[in-house]
Design a binder for this molecule. Sequence first.
Ligand code: BTN
Length: 318
Amino acid sequence: MQERIVHLLKKSDSYLSGEEISRQLDISRAAIWKYIQELKKDGYDIVAVPHLGYKIASGPDKLFAHEVQFDLKTKTLGKKIFFYDTVASTMDEAFRLGMEGTPEGTVVCADGQSKGRGRLGRSWLSPKGKGIYLSIVLRPALLPSEAACLTLLCAVALSEAIKNICGLNSLIKWPNDLLINGKKVAGILTELNAETDRVKFVVVGIGVNVNSSRDSLIVDATSLQVEAKRTILRVELTKEILRMTEEWYLLSQRQGFTPIIKRWKEISFTLNKRVRIADPAGFIEGEAVDMDQDGGLLIRKDSGVIVKKMAGDITQVR
Ligand code: BTN
């Protein structure tokens, strides 16, 4: 019921009387008062003026399902959202839901994570209230070998969402790090549940450093707040991430991954740079010359031989 009250108050241009809320939701004035107290505990600043009614002065900017879903312009992504105040990792919750058959587009968000994880077994620092930590369940008709392109798709969508909401240009460091001014601001982790020849579902995890202060970040990382020099509304950015991800996802269903790879190349931090990447035989060093149609990075070694890497951790050499 709290969500419905928030919804009504948000839709109203000015104060909404208790009588009107009571009429629209068919609940008593006393019940409204009780729900308003609950909302205040959740961080809503609700002004109550005698004879006028209630108005939301400000919200908590938490990724509550009803906040993200308010005016959300998507068809599938985010139609079902699970919000946790703190969770070990949204990946685990989304994976569990995926196994239970949750519909495509289900999103799990958290205000903080105690065991956030990144690629290659790393941890992902997830301070409460400071970032966006979300996982999306997708059920694409893809072969397991094609799923790497979904990570690229999400990186493109995330970069565009950041541009649209924060006005910041970010570049993608292969395969999935978003950098602003050379520092990492966001990362994407993709986990698969697949049979040999069929993806059953994919969980795409997105972590963004949103409102972390400079001194709380490690030296190679940055946040949107640091770069934009203003607080960023996480709810607004989350909606845009879902919208852009859906837009690129639908495009990939119509046209394949070619348009995504094209856009990825335009905003790549990695291409045409000299890079070094770990390899079973040691390290490969050379120029990152291209991105393959399946998302593999093509590196031209000094010998002229071109090698393709599907995963790994690259360092820019110079
Ligand atoms: C990386 O850069 O290595 C990927 C980081 C992905 C972090 C996100 S935060 C939401 C989701 N839950 C996790 O535990 N990880 C991903």
